[in-house]
Design a protein around this ligand. Structure first.
Ligand code: DC
Length: 236
């Protein structure tokens, strides 16, 4: 791969369970760039509220909490690790109740402002593929490639349900589906940075295809976008 191709920034946005992180991880490996999971960053703030016994929807209390915490993203063997107040959180942020806490704190404007630089900083040292909800619109508006990844709500619930079973969590499918519907509604109806595609994002619905094919489609999108961008910049 040419050196210039390694420096690209790719933004992948979309709703919960669309497979953004699985796809982004596979793409990062193929392209030799870092993968940044911004959901994990919001989960860290959600975890901080959970641990402190703070209502994640209480804007004032959460905003006050921000004054006393530090959130850091580190890459250990190219794998993202979240640190809260200097302590690595590992899989604690993946707990079921933390999904709800993260979704609630992420609707608070002060939380989004608090995490803005942390997210941008991760993309400063070269190529990055970052996934989230407002990467193409707010965090990296100049990203070389923006993909809006989605799938039907039933497919997304099915995938999340299987994932939970693998982790030993046997919640009924109907509960998982209801949770995803609720998070979709909250993530897209909030006033601050609601989930919406960037004007220049490429839509990609992967309901009917598996990971390998999704990677191929996404690589094609990345190739065609970077080729076009290169031409506009006068490169060959
Ligand atoms: O992708 P995830 O499920 O790990 O994200 C957890 C929550 O964080 C999700 O409900 C929405 C929120 N989030 C956000 O608001 N903006 C981002 N860039 C990433 C996640």
């Amino acid at each position: 791969m040419k050196k210039t191709e390694k420096k690209i920034n790719v933004a992948i946005d979309g709703p919960s369970g669309a497979g953004k992180s699985t796809l982004a991880k596979a793409l990062a490996k193929k392209l030799g760039i870092n993968y940044v999971d911004t959901g994990a960053i919001y989960r860290t703030v959600g975890y901080a509220a959970f641990e402190a016994g703070i209502d994640p929807s209480d804007r004032e209390a959460v905003t006050k909490m921000l004054e006393g915490i530090t959130v850091e993203v580190k890459f250990e063997d190219s794998v993202q690790q979240m640190y809260l107040n200097g302590r690595p959180l590992g899989d604690l942020i993946r707990r079921h109740e933390i999904s709800d806490y993260a979704s609630r704190v992420s609707a608070i404007p002060e939380v989004r402002a608090f995490l803005l630089e942390t997210q941008r900083e991760t993309a400063r040292n070269g190529g990055t593929i970052m996934d989230g909800r407002d990467i193409g619109t707010v965090i990296l508006p100049d990203a070389d490639v923006k993909i809006f990844l989605s799938a039907s709500v039933e497919k997304r619930a099915e995938r999340r349900y299987k994932e939970l079973i693998e982790r030993g969590d046997s919640r009924p499918y109907e509960d998982v589906l209801a949770d995803i519907r609720e998070r979709d509604e909250r993530d897209s109806s909030r006033d601050t940075a609601p989930l919406r595609p960037a004007d220049d994002a490429v839509f990609f619905d992967n309901s009917e295809i598996g990971l390998d094919e999704s990677v191929e489609v996404a690589l094609e999108i990345i190739k065609s976008k970077t080729r076009r961008r290169g031409k506009r910049c006068g490169k060959r």
